[in-house]
Ligand binder design. Sequence first.
Ligand code: CMP
Length: 139
Amino acid sequence: ALERTFSIIKPDATKRNLTGQIAAKFEEAGLRIVASKRIQLTLAQAQTFYGVHKDRPFFDELCEFMISEPIVVQVLEGENAIAKNREVMGATNPADAAEGTIRKEFALSIGENSVHGSDAPETAAEEIAFFFSGLELVG
Ligand code: CMP
């Protein structure tokens, strides 16, 4: 089915000027970028967005990293967009990521792993709504 998913190009990637190369990977996979903006998160926004991880040992490090530089938040649309985006991103830990994936090519570590993507339809809807209004989604 035609789906939408939420994507973040993370600080390690924006800092290294990889926004275009990462967006190209999405487009080459048949995902359409129907919304896109470059923003810098506040600590409160990062903590809210990653609230599900608040009891994890890496939570503070994760939030500090996510506010350290601008990010690019995007909505990607396509057939099975959630699974397709996860395939293009590769495994969370770049050491485990398959050849040709974004994380294999660009990620530096499990924390500085260049991209985030929604893991399920419910989280995709929540994450899109956190960053975008309906008017900003232009299929
Ligand atoms: P993301 O998809 O953005 O969702 C949660 C993030 O936590 C994940 O990608 C990783 O970048 C990060 N993460 C997971 N495990 C660790 C870890 N052990 N140390 C630092 N960051 C981590």
